[in-house]
Write a protein that binds this ligand. Structure first.
Ligand code: GLY
Length: 348
């Protein structure tokens, strides 16, 4: 499998040119969400000129769009438009839009080409890279989906300027995750840039994307190594789900940062990581995310979701744990009681 490397462009004009080059003479439908449609699409539209989409479909922003009903609406819309394999679905948006659009493109007519234009840090560094797509089903996040590479990923980092502090930091959690997995040179940058909101640095983003590309290239279908990209996610998803159940919400990456903190502590308890590296990771997490972390839900609220999480396995209890800076390993930590004990240190 050839993993799609993103192309970086510096201006909106260059983005529209890159899109035109990619599409050639093909027709395309643009999928976006109502927030991006309002904030980013007008910027791009200005330069699309004659190369305008056949149609623009806007879905509701956020996780809500990753639903079977939305897929049904999109499939039917594409059919009505007479879209075939010779056409392209272009997805402009964050991780929810690329997850949804990637899945719809992968399944409609058994697969039509899809181009991603990520507009959030999270989608630029993670969701648009590596071909995972999917929707939520019966309350389980990403329960249905496929792994198929987009035809192209076009990254314009300027879109990150449109994000709120929390959305911006949410994406940075995935960059910190890549820093823990890949180590230097990314890690050094993360220690240096700590907690200074600024224009998203393309060099930093490229280093983060490189970590993901290396892992996904080795294991495109997640039979082994790719699972380490889930560090922070089992606990993070359970925290997200507990928030949702309480009618609250937390940005995905913020929950992942919380998950990494717990897994780091677990690794320390298991004596799998040195105190020095654990301290360094905890400091980076604290400095980047300390001011936006909500309080941890009670264990009883996250436990049901941990059992549902497809990344854990109820007989062997597997979690990707930080072992050193630049090394994450899937560890069978054996006892729920231990995880509960470690988790409870963060509650209250
Ligand atoms: N977001 C993790 C992966 O793509 O495998």
């Amino acid at each position: 499998v050839k993993i799609t490397r993103p192309k970086f462009v510096r201006t909106i004009e260059a983005l529209s040119k890159a899109l035109s080059n990619q599409l050639g003479k093909r027709r395309y439908v643009l999928l976006t969400d109502d927030t991006v449609g309002e904030v980013c699409l007008p910027l791009l539209s200005e330069f699309l000129g004659a190369n305008s989409p056949l149609d623009i479909i806007e879905v509701e922003a956020g996780e809500a769009c990753k639903a079977p009903e939305v897929c049904v609406q999109l499939w039917s819309h594409l059919l009505q438009l007479g879209i075939t394999k010779s056409d392209v679905l272009v997805c402009l948006g964050g991780g929810s839009v690329t997850d949804l659009g990637g899945f719809v493109a992968a399944t409609y007519k058994r697969g039509i080409p899809v181009v991603f234009i990520p507009t959030t840090v999270l989608a630029m560094t993670d969701a648009s890279i590596g071909g995972k797509n999917g929707i939520d089903f019966e309350g389980v996040k990403n329960a249905v989906g496929t792994i198929i590479q987009p035809e192209s990923v076009l990254v314009y980092t300027g879109f990150a300027d449109t994000l709120s502090e929390e959305q911006y930091l949410s994406g940075f959690a995935e960059i910190v995750k890549h820093g823990i997995i890949g180590g230097n040179p990314l890690w050094k940058d993360l220690e240096k840039y700590i907690n200074k909101r600024r224009a998203l640095d393309e060099r930093l983003l490229r280093k983060s994307v490189d970590v993901k590309l290396i892992i996904v290239t080795k294991d495109p279908f997640e039979n082994g190594d790719r699972r380490i990209l889930n560090v922070g996610h089992s606990i993070g998803h359970a925290i997200e789900s507990a928030f949702l159940k309480n009618g609250q919400s937390v940005e995905h990456g913020i929950a992942v940062a919380m998950g990494i903190l717990v897994e780091l502590k677990l690794s320390l308890r298991l004596k799998r990581i040195s105190e020095k590296d654990a301290f360094s990771i905890a400091r980076v997490l604290q400095d980047w995310f300390g001011h936006v972390l909500p309080s941890f839900p009670d264990w009883s609220q996250i436990e049901p979701f941990l059992i549902h999480d497809k990344k854990t396995n109820s007989k062997k209890i597997l979690l990707p744990l930080p072992i050193s800076i630049g090394h994450v390993e899937i560890v069978d930590f054996g006892r729920w009681a231990l995880l509960k004990d470690v988790y409870n240190q963060f509650v209250g």
